[in-house]
Design a protein around this ligand. Structure first.
Ligand SMILES: *Cc1c(COP(=O)(O)O)cnc(C)c1O
Length: 392
């Protein structure tokens, strides 16, 4: 291998449009939550469709917290959550003094296994949180049937799932209580830090709107743009400080306009990986089923039994070749707080154990070039001692 190039794991796709919109906010004198954020919310609701409301917040974690609060989760309640997710999905359950109950994943999809639910339900179970892992929609028809049967609320951690579809409907427009998207730096669209709560339930929207800003009955933009009694407000609950600034909202406004183009690019790059890695001793990512759309937030490969190399050796080899990869994620049962607080044992999560030991997230971002994918795939094949991939 004579070629030496560098492939980062991720690089946000920020263009002149985002920069100009931020500069406009900085110059126009309104930098906290205002018209830019409102425009972003309304464009986002239109993008999802189905008559949803969209509420911008300063992170998806904040949004998940608010959504669980709005559906009334509190001490004594149990919420079923995937074990194979980022810690934010479960920590928000603890914020409210409720108990997370961890479900193992389905090996093929990396998503929560609907078949694991009956064994986890108790008289205290109030809700299920699902995560559309890597952007592949969960089998929501089964989840919703189970939830209806047991009278459970359903919250979607949709941090990876913009844009994605289930049953030909956008994630965000399903019959769940709320879907929460993330605009963290490496998500499919970004505001630096930020998130969006999407719901079709007017009561949930109302509660989240008040609780994201101190429990105040109206926001600063409303107050300062009405009349001389703009200084006046009421506090109806001890709320949080979770509003999105207009600086972040400006970035989001422009990113959203590109969401479909960025998604098309990711989908193309993922199909190149599929093609180049088809012969390797790997489990390639599951594809979306009929009627579904995968957002391709992450492209996760797993070494299979035929691979002569371990996960860590493969990652070290790629790192030496200046290709940056990652692991999504260490399952929660292996992290000390969750393991020790809930006595979680590795053997209770066999699919997560098998996936975690063998998984690598490959570089995937919209400005990545086709020949970057080729290069990454060739290095993987080389490390796994397979001749270079067939020509495209
Ligand atoms: C990124 C992420 C979050 C948290 O998003 P923030 O916007 O950083 O709070 C939650 N859940 C999952 C699955 C994520 O990947």
């Amino acid at each position: 291998m004579t070629e030496r190039r560098e492939v980062p794991f991720f690089r946000p796709a920020i263009g002149d449009e985002e920069i100009a919109e931020v500069v406009d906010s900085l110059r126009n004198g309104w930098i906290t939550t205002g018209q830019k954020t409102r425009q972003f919310e309304s464009d986002f609701a239109d993008f999802i469709g189905g008559g949803v409301e969209a509420l911008a917040v300063n992170s998806a974690t904040a949004g998940l917290h608010l959504a669980l609060e709005a559906i009334g989760i509190g001490p004594g309640d149990e919420v079923i959550v995937p074990d194979y997710t980022f810690t934010a999905s479960a920590e928000v359950i603890r914020y409210l003094g409720a108990k997370p109950v961890f479900a193992d994943m389905e090996f093929a999809t990396l998503n929560i296994d609907p078949a694991s639910l009956p064994a986890l339900i108790t008289p205290n179970t109030k809700a299920i949180m699902v995560v559309h892992f890597a952007g592949l929609p969960v089998r929501m028809t089964e989840i919703m049937a189970f939830a209806r049967k047991h009278n459970l609320r359903v919250i979607e951690d949709a941090a990876h799932a913009l844009p994605a579809k289930h049953d030909n409907r956008m994630i965000g427009a399903l019959d769940t209580d709320a879907s929460i998207f993330s605009f963290y730096a490496n998500k499919t669209i970004t505001t630096g830090e930020g998130g969006m709560i999407v719901t079709r339930d007017a009561e949930i929207a109302k509660r989240c709107r008040v609780m994201r800003l101190h429990g105040i009955d109206r926001d600063a933009f409303d107050r300062f743009n009405t009349n001389s009694r703009g200084w006046e407000y009421d506090v109806v609950a001890p709320g949080y400080k979770y509003n999105m600034s207009d600086i972040a909202g400006s970035i989001g406004l422009q990113q959203l306009k590109k969401a479909d183009a960025l998604h098309a690019r990711r989908t193309h790059l993922a199909s190149l990986y599929d093609q180049y890695l088809a012969q390797a001793p790997l489990v390639l990512p599951a594809h979306a089923a009929e009627g579904q759309v995968h957002s391709w937030h992450l492209y996760i490969i797993r070494l299979n039994e035929q691979a002569l190399l371990g996960r860590d050796e493969l990652m070290a080899g790629l790192d030496e070749r200046r290709i940056k990869c990652s692991v999504h994620y260490t399952p929660l049962h292996r992290l000390s707080y969750w393991r020790d607080t809930y006595n979680l044992r590795n053997e209770d999560f066999p699919n997560a154990e098998k996936s975690f030991a063998n998984c690598v997230s490959l570089p995937l971002f919209p400005t990545m070039q086709d020949d970057d994918v080729r290069y990454v795939a060739d290095q993987i094949l080389n490390l796994l001692s397979i001749n270079s991939s067939p020509s495209a």
